[in-house]
Design a protein around this ligand. Structure first.
Ligand code: GLU
Length: 288
């Protein structure tokens, strides 16, 4: 078995649709072609939106497609202390700060941003003065943790300016892309409601699970810039990224979980077979 390890990492917030099937099949076929492995990971840190019935449906629908994956399946909500430890590492190095802003305040700030500072563009204003922060804490105000880009720049020095990641094109060619994690400003690494964020949990698990190739939709391509920074700060290994095209409907719109008609469930109930699904996706008829 080769060293190639990839993953399919759905969030159980709805039923899987054709877009998920495409992503899972691309990952599984790449693993098979390389004599490697595909890991299935349940990304359910958002406990308000994730539901056990959607998780069960993920297993059933992927099995129906003929996919196999390594067991046990990692469910992120079972491992929140791992992400807490990663956050603590960043906090101990002075790289994270509490953000008490409301959703509305953040949205307003993004609309106005970026603010030019001597350090480059900066969003979200950085940490509050100690006394103000203390007052918020004493008042029991909820807060998120953000990664301070300016502190990350200080910590990494020149290395920050030469950060890059490896991106594999559909042709197989691997390109080195200059990473610009500051485009997001100080991104959230632990949400108010979850104690972690997609970015931190995903990067942590990719490292823990030995993922060599991150295959996912191109809607997440820009996240690789920030993920690379987290990997360097946390001393995690560097995977190769491949971002595949998104499956759209006939009108060219991206599929969403609310489009019930193209869920794998609905297609199956309508009499379609996995081979029909492969054909819809422009993939050959071989299983898995
Ligand atoms: N859990 C994410 C989603 O369902 C995928 C994240 C990833 O592949 O990095 O969109």
């Amino acid at each position: 078995m080769s060293a190639f390890v990839t993953r399919f990492a759905p969030s159980p917030t709805g039923l899987l649709h054709l877009g998920h099937a495409y992503s899972a099949l691309i990952a599984s076929r790449a693993a098979n072609a390389q004599g490697g492995r595909m890991i299935l990971r349940i990304e359910d840190i958002d406990q308000t939106r994730c539901k056990p019935e959607f998780e069960a449906a993920i297993f059933e629908d992927l099995e129906w497609l003929g996919l196999t994956w390594d067991l046990p399946v990692r469910r992120q909500s079972d491992h929140l202390s791992d992400y807490e430890n990663a956050l603590e590492t960043l906090r101990n190095r002075g790289l994270a700060y509490r953000c008490f802003k409301t959703r509305k305040e953040v949205a307003d700030e993004i609309a106005r941003a970026p603010h030019e500072t001597p350090e480059g563009p900066q969003f979200f204003g950085g940490p509050l003065p100690r006394s103000e922060e203390q007052a918020f804490i004493e008042a029991g105000a909820a807060f998120a943790w953000r990664l301070s880009i300016s502190e990350a720049k200080h910590a990494l020095g020149e290395k920050f300016d030469t950060l890059s990641f490896q991106q594999q094109l559909p042709s197989g060619e691997i390109k080195t892309i200059a990473a610009t994690p500051d485009i997001f400003g100080d991104a959230v690494i632990a949400r108010k409601d979850a104690g972690t964020s997609y970015h931190l949990a995903s990067v942590h698990d990719d490292a823990l699970q030995g993922i060599t190739h991150v295959l996912r939709g191109e809607d997440l391509a820009s996240a690789a810039h920030f993920h690379r920074l987290l990997q360097v700060l946390l001393d995690y290994p560097e995977p190769v990224y491949q971002h595949h095209k998104l499956i759209t409907d006939d009108a060219g719109n991206r599929l969403a979980k609310r489009d019930k008609s193209i869920t794998l469930r609905a297609l199956r109930a309508g009499g379609e077979t996995p081979t029909d699904v492969f054909a819809r996706l422009g993939l050959s008829g071989v299983k898995g």
